[in-house]
Design a binder for this molecule. Structure first.
Ligand SMILES: C[S@@+](CC[C@H](N)C(=O)[O-])C[C@H]1O[C@@H](n2cnc3c(N)ncnc32)[C@H](O)[C@@H]1O
Length: 474
């Protein structure tokens, strides 16, 4: 990957200039202004284009790759494409989506500006590229702001379309709030687990062990005195988390898990499929989530769920409201929704006279690689808006008091051992961001010197992480 950040910025600006040249496709529909620039793998400019440059409605990527650079495909291989909007992932046949076209052109890296607000694409274009081994980096924030301002009418029209389609949705069986409520909880955050991501695997393992003591009493009180319980686990990963908590409980009859990553689902079925567990691949953010759950229930002869488990998943979702609203329909009348999530606003460390821990919290606050870090505080209001009742905040803050050395070490590792990797990703995403560079340098030094770790284990030191556990009934 080229880290010539000055050149990156220049090409990104060039793509914006191209976008400015776009003329409206029609009087009826507001279309985005999109520009594209391609370079060779050595950073030599190959060409540029904008939407509708040659023919009305033609996407900038298509114009550039298929019309302008048609005979230069060999130069494109391994090169970089700068696009002001994420590429599309679906087109009417026989047209090929731009994301697919980019993969076919063997481009190695895409630097993009805006995420497509259209819910049918929104993030999928970038995900498609990454799944096909293409490095996806983002324009610097100030250039994205510029693009969003230029495309304000388009952004507005998509929001209006979303509202219109929501109001024409067939009536839900239970009262729900409107899309304005939904938008309130919207955040630019989602992350899928990949089995090959060893770092994330390690993080989840450590975290899972550590929080078991913290949350098991809540699970135990939920199932106490009950029988034949059916559990739905949302974002179940490899199933180990839920199976370790409820898998061996006689009160529990069946555990159904939904997870994005197919390979992880296969692993879960291999390990637990012969017993109570059944795991399915599913994107929770798909419009047809309710239909999917219904079909799984039918297959497993389940009428409704007694426990719906959302453990460390809401922070990864773009819109927790939509998911919670859908899930409420599937909760039995005396069932419980269980939510464990995080809010970094509840983190603290003391003593911290050098303010190093405070600085680390601030670094993590800006870390966009591990979900919405202030998700926890949204949950109560979101549950209320969705119509849930008997909402309880069962636990708030997991701290080091009373922990033995190994547990403290696990708490330390849960939080501190992954920051460097996260900062590396942030550096790749924002190569020209001086603050991230500086944070990375500072953090590497302080983490590697073991100074933090020693202070963490000192007698009288307290460290608290913002885990929150909620329960609610329908
Ligand atoms: C942080 S992990 C939590 C795993 C487990 N629930 C636990 O508490 O250890 C979040 C999981 O949700 C999955 N996930 C994230 N977004 C998803 C989506 N839109 N649809 C389905 N699964 C998703 C991720 O792939 C990952 O396995």
């Amino acid at each position: 990957m080229s880290h010539n950040t000055k050149r990156d910025r220049e090409f990104a600006c060039m793509a914006i200039v191209q976008a400015q040249l776009c003329a409206p496709d029609s009087k009826k529909k507001v279309c985005p202004k999109v520009g594209a620039v391609a370079t060779t793998k050595d950073g030599k400019l190959l060409g540029s284009a904008y939407r509708g440059q040659i023919k009305k409605g033609e996407h900038a990527e298509y114009t550039l790759l298929e019309r302008i650079l048609k005979n230069q495909k060999h130069d494109l291989a391994g090169g970089t494409l700068y696009i002001t909007l994420e590429p599309c992932t679906s087109r009417n046949c026989p047209k090929i989506p731009c994301a697919e076209r980019i993969v076919k052109a063997r481009i190695a890296r895409v630097v993009y500006g805006m995420i497509d607000p259209n819910p049918k694409i929104c993030g999928k274009g970038i995900r498609y590229l990454e799944e096909h081994g293409i490095i996806a980096d983002r324009f610097p924030r100030n250039l994205i702001d510029q693009l969003e301002a230029m495309n304000a009418p388009f952004l507005q029209s998509v929001t209006q379309d979303k509202r219109a389609s929501l109001s024409s949705e067939k009536a839900a069986p239970r009262p729900v709030s409107n899309e304005r409520d939904s938008n309130k909880y919207y955040r630019d955050s989602n992350k899928y687990y990949k089995d090959k991501d060893t770092n994330e695997k390690k993080r989840l393992n450590i975290q899972s062990q550590l929080v078991k003591d913290f949350e098991q009493p809540v699970y135990d009180s939920i199932i106490y005195g009950k029988s034949n319980l059916n559990v739905l686990d949302i974002g179940c990963n490899n199933g180990r988390h839920i199976m370790a908590r409820l898998g061996d409980k006689q009160e529990v009859q069946k555990i159904i898990g939904l997870e994005y990553d197919q390979k992880t689902v296969n692993l879960a079925n291999k390990e637990f499929g012969a017993g109570k567990g059944k795991f399915y691949q599913c994107d929770l953010e798909n419009d047809n989530l309710a239909n999917f759950i219904e079909s799984v229930m039918k297959k497993n002869k389940i009428q409704s769920f007694d426990i719906i488990n959302l453990s460390m998943i809401l922070l990864h979702l773009k819109n927790p409201y939509t998911i919670m609203r859908t899930l409420r329909k599937f909760l039995s009348f005396d069932g419980l929704l269980y939510i464990k999530d995080i809010d970094d606003g509840l983190n603290y460390a003391y003593p911290d006279s050098t303010k190093d821990f405070e600085r680390i919290y601030q670094i993590c606050e800006n870390n966009e690689t591990s979900g919405c870090r202030k998700s926890g505080r949204q949950i109560y209001s979101c549950l209320r808006k969705c119509g849930f009742k008997n909402i309880k905040l069962e636990r708030s803050g997991l701290n080091s008091i009373g922990m033995n050395r190994d547990q403290k070490q696990a708490l330390f590792d849960t939080y501190f051992s992954f920051i460097m990797e996260d900062l590396k990703i942030m550096r790749r995403r924002h190569p020209s961001d001086e603050k991230i560079k500086e944070d990375y340098k500072w953090y590497s030094a302080i983490y590697n010197s073991k100074n933090l770790e020693e202070r963490f284990h000192e007698d009288g030191f307290i460290f608290s992480l913002g885990f929150m556990i909620f329960t609610a009934s329908e």
